[in-house]
Design a protein around this ligand. Structure first.
Ligand code: PNW
Length: 516
């Protein structure tokens, strides 16, 4: 937190002379804008359970986890943390922490068990109404993701889901229903969670459903790792566009909400100061995050992608490009980790992950030539590098003209095995250090002008962590997976303090603060 002081000083001097500061008034020492959303995040498949209750259809994740060998600890989300039945208790836990927002996702198969080929499941709508009302009644803003990886299996069976342009029609139909039933109370919509991860894991490495990949990219029975990710991505981008179009033309004026997308955002640090590695890091970003954000905001894929992939990229038609521009109201950023990036065009890289044409001929890794970017964690992909938060937010701010941003996820995973007893598991010092460091780094970006309007910790509770099942825990609350009892960890108390501190500082302001 001390880190901020040197950053505040010039602004303070400046404001003394001309009366106000460019970004946030610093008469107070508040680190975040007054109406900042502090929340926790979750997703339907990882939290709800009740996988066949009250008319819900099967999702792609239900089917995938029921196959042997797909999930490392052999578990599935049939029960998960039973949020479906315990949401009221969970809203109480949020209230105890003092959050003013909750990021949740809707299960498409709970609302439309067979996509647009069947009826709306009224019991599914009723469940989300109960949950949304419980939140709103307690002053907690629902921040709703329409799809967080799970889709009706029906769409996979009928036409191979994201590989077919038919899905655009289905997604549009589903999004329309969400706006219609919940839009009177939901003011923040996220169309997709991490489409870049969904596409890479589903169609390049094949470790998520529909388990498609080829060659050295993974071990799948079918797929084409060099082509299919780009087909799936283009259908997701056009589906996003279709949903935004429906929201803007039919609902936004009356309902007054905002709509965006949440990307997995890794900071790629050039491995050396050479211009080749800097360009390599730039390409890594283009092939990972800008791949989706550029078309949605700027109307076209990054130039590097066109140069390297040519026709395989499936460029958008002129009509779609025009429609795509300015296709969101805010950018959701899921940020956890940073990697080094190294050029593989001018220098030779080892064959394998990260260095292929499909990844822009850039090698990305947390460890390079004996250097590690930060402290490792229980997860092979997560390294602690708090500076990355300020850097990625600043990068997005500069590239997309400081469009409104939300940190839709940030969190730290621990392994069940690292704690011998539950008591130890509650004493999550490492998580507190991680979150504290990343939040400080975010505050620095905001002080320098980034328009970030909220921050969500992943996650409120331990939950079903995809490939890792229940062996990796991300919760501010520990969950005993046998009894499903929830117990707050040290990090829950830390977060409560952060929010209280913010409230008292924001409350002490004397009117010089710029409203956001
Ligand atoms: C996110 N990476 O996934 C998801 O949105 C959550 O559902 C998930 O539980 C959470 O993060 C923790 O894993 C990620 O490679 C997938 O940097 C990949 C990465 C980060 C997050």
């Amino acid at each position: 937190m001390e880190l901020l002081f040197p950053l505040l000083l010039p602004c303070f001097l400046f404001s003394t002379f001309i009366g106000s500061c460019a970004f946030v008034s610093l008469e107070d020492n508040s680190k975040f804008p007054r109406n900042f959303l502090f929340g926790t995040a979750s997703s339907s498949y990882q939290f709800e359970g009740a996988f066949l209750s009250d008319g819900k259809g099967l999702s792609n994740w239900d089917v995938f986890t029921h196959k042997t060998g797909t999930i490392l600890d052999g578990t599935n989300g049939d029960v998960a943390v039973d949020h479906y039945h315990r949401y009221q208790e969970d809203v109480d836990l949020m209230k105890d922490i003092g959050v003013n927002s909750y990021r949740l996702s809707l299960s498409w198969a709970r609302i439309l068990p067979k996509g647009r080929f069947g009826n709306v499941n009224k019991a599914g709508i009723a469940y989300y109404n109960r949950l949304i009302n419980a939140l709103v009644n307690r002053g907690i803003e629902p921040f709703v993701t329409i799809t967080h990886y799970d889709i009706p299996q029906e769409l996979e069976n009928r036409y191979k889901s994201w590989l077919s342009s038919e899905i655009q029609e289905d997604f549009k139909y589903y999004a329309d229903i969400c706006f219609k039933y919940f839009g009177d109370r939901v003011k923040y919509w996220v169309t997709f969670n991490e489409p870049n991860v969904a596409v890479i894991c589903g169609y390049r490495t094949g470790v998520y459903p529909p388990s498609r990949c080829s060659g050295s990219f993974g071990n799948c029975s079918y797929g084409d790792s060099e082509r299919e990710p780009f087909i799936a991505a283009s259908n997701i981008i056009l589906s996003h566009m279709a949903a935004v179009d429906v929201y803007r033309t039919k609902y936004q004026k009356n309902q007054g909400g905002k709509i965006g997308i949440a990307m997995n955002a890794v900071w790629f640090e050039p491995f050396s100061n050479s211009s080749e590695d800097k360009l390599g890091a730039e390409r890594a970003q283009s092939f990972y995050m800008n791949w989706f954000l550029d078309p949605i905001i700027l109307g076209k894929y990054p130039a590097e992608m066109h140069q390297i992939l040519g026709a395989e990229l499936l460029a958008f038609s002129k009509y779609d490009s025009e429609k795509l521009k300015n296709g969101l109201d805010f950018i959701g950023i899921n940020h956890y980790t940073s990697y080094y990036a190294k050029d593989c065009i001018f220098s030779s890289c080892e064959e394998g992950k990260g260095s292929s044409k499909t990844e822009g001929f850039a090698l990305t890794s947390a460890q390079m030539n004996g250097l590690t970017i930060g402290e490792p964690s229980a997860l092979a992909w997560l390294y602690v590098h708090p500076q990355g938060m300020e850097k990625i937010v600043t990068y997005i701010k500069d590239r997309y003209n400081n469009i409104a941003m939300f940190i839709t996820e940030n969190g730290f995973g621990t392994s069940e095995n690292s704690y011998p007893t539950t008591k130890d598991a509650l004493n999550d010092v490492k998580r507190v250090e991680y979150l504290n460091g990343y939040l400080d780094s975010l505050a620095a970006a905001i002080r320098k002008g980034a328009d970030v309007r909220g921050y969500f910790v992943w996650s409120l509770l331990d939950n079903f962590e995809w490939k890792h099942g229940y062996s990796i825990r991300f919760g501010l609350h520990h969950v005993d997976f046998a009894s499903l009892n929830r117990t707050p960890r040290m990090s829950a108390f830390w977060y409560k303090n952060v929010i209280e501190e913010h409230k008292s500082q924001a409350g002490n302001r004397n009117g010089h603060t710029q409203e956001r």
